[in-house]
Design a protein around this ligand. Sequence first.
Ligand SMILES: [Zn+2]
Length: 56
Amino acid sequence: MPKELEKQCQKCKQVKPFSEFFHNRTKNDFHNGICKGCQKKVNRSNKSGQGQVKPA
Ligand SMILES: [Zn+2]
């Protein structure tokens, strides 16, 4: 039985080590379903209201 030290990001579909996922106690495996890189993008896109500057 292989050790589950890696999981697939649900967003970018890449298999990454758990260290690349933020902890989330609400998840079955205690890690977010998406990797840190994707999480940052999600957090940024969620910030609507200020700094909405579209590049020309
Ligand atoms: Zn990802």
